[in-house]
Design a protein around this ligand. Structure first.
Ligand SMILES: *Cc1c(COP(=O)(O)O)cnc(C)c1O
Length: 400
């Protein structure tokens, strides 16, 4: 079924309406290469909001994580601890530097890295922990920061989904040493469809970040008049972003809080309207631990079995509602056999991958559309129940 034929699609990328204006301004200014005035404005906005020493607009969150690996000086033989339930980039950004992602299990309640599994994955080669804040809900950062301090490890947050979410008042992405946001079209706000931001909390990472982003040169310091010429300083690549994309992002940052608020309202509506049904059928609701303020990025539920989940998604599809599963667990993938080490069984990661369903959620999802989603989800769950006996029985038949 194509996107157009859904009554309620999974996502509609956010458009503020100011993008074309700002993009035209960038074109008429004659300054399209980055980092230019729009990039600077976006970076200043994010640095101020999050309190980090510096932010770097980059082509994607994936590139932001690759930059983090370069800034951290990761090299072949180093290990980084990554959750087994995440997007491929969380591991690959380090694998491309020759470092070894070490995959550990996640918690069933938040789908975030299980902080209890981290210590057993640490070896003398471990250099960093990479928490992923799934659905914009923070990992147990208190425990992760403690472990990092004790073993002298860096914390590099994959905050792709964490823009404008917080933990104990601290912005996600700005809690560890380095952090990365995604401004892909599927995220809460977007820089023209692709984009991301690397955050460096500490001042000592600011200059290395500038060098790495601009082909391993001190061109930025040359642009600001601090050096008469620029030269090769070290490792780097081309992680600078066009002013066209920066202009598109600038058109969204000003209303990003409103977008977050709307998404949170819809998230809350789903939560209220579905909790009774979910309790009755053994469907797990999303958990937001104390101290976490989420950003309404994803509303997910976990069904009691893969068969139930697959049934719900296809039932909803037939009713015109685009619900989605999410990641395949990394530890079971061909890439992991070549590039990663798996620590423990990671059975929770498999279970989350098999049972999760994400409901449509975007800034202008109307109340009517949300109502359709709720009714269709209810009918989907009930139809599985009436076809199979209750979920508890189907679980027993499937052996868990
Ligand atoms: C979206 C996402 C990414 C990749 O972001 P890009 O900007 O597309 O590179 C990485 N990690 C997580 C957890 C994501 O959700």
């Amino acid at each position: 079924m194509s996107m157009q034929s859904y009554r309620v699609p999974y996502n509609r990328p956010f458009v503020s309406g100011e993008e074309q204006d700002f993009i035209s301004q960038a074109i008429s200014s004659g300054s399209l290469g980055g980092p230019g005035p729009f990039s600077r404005r976006c970076e200043a906005w994010v640095s101020e909001r999050t309190g980090v020493a510096s932010s770097f607009l980059v082509p994607s969150c994936t590139h932001g994580l690759e930059m983090a690996a370069l800034v951290a000086g990761l090299k072949p033989g180093d290990e980084v601890i990554v959750p087994a339930y995440t997007y491929v980039s969380t591991a690959n950004a380090f694998a491309v530097r020759g470092a070894m992602p070490v995959l550990v299990d996640v918690r069933l309640d938040t789908c975030n890295i299980d902080e209890q599994c981290i210590e057993q994955a640490i070896t003398p080669r471990t250099r960093a922990i990479v928490p992923v804040h799934y659905a914009g809900v923070a990992c147990d950062m208190a425990r992760i920061l403690d472990i990092a301090r004790e073993y002298n490890l860096l914390v590099i947050e994959d905050a792709a989904q964490g823009f404008l979410a917080s933990w104990k008042g601290h912005a996600l992405g700005a809690i560890g040493d380095l952090g990365a946001y995604s401004f892909h079209a599927t995220k809460n706000i977007t820089s023209g469809g692709e984009g991301g931001m690397l955050l460096a909390r500490r001042r000592e990472h600011a200059d290395p970040g500038r060098v790495v982003r601009d082909k391993g040169t001190d061109r930025e310091s040359f642009l600001s008049g601090n050096t008469p010429a620029y030269s090769w300083q070290g490792m780097g690549s081309s992680y600078v972003v066009s002013e066209l994309q920066a202009a598109a992002l600038w058109a969204q940052l000003g209303v990003a809080d409103v977008v977050t608020q709307r998404r949170r309202q819809r998230w809350q509506l789903y939560h209220e309207q579905l909790s009774h049904l979910c309790e009755g059928y053994g469907v797990a609701m999303p958990c937001v631990p104390d101290g976490c303020v989420h950003n309404g990025h994803i509303f997910y539920l976990r069904l009691p079995s893969k068969r139930a989940r697959d049934h719900v998604i296809s039932y909803m599809r037939d009713a015109g509602v685009q619900a989605q599963s999410h990641y395949q667990a990394l530890h079971a993938s061909p890439g992991a056999r070549k590039l990663a080490r798996v620590c423990g069984g990671c059975s929770n990661a498999s279970e989350v991958a098999d049972t999760i369903v994400r409901l449509p959620l975007f800034h202008d999802l109307s109340e009517d559309e949300a109502g359709i989603v709720i009714e269709v989800f209810r009918a989907a769950v009930q139809s599985f129940w009436s076809g199979r006996g209750n979920f508890g029985n189907s679980l027993a038949i499937e052996g868990g």
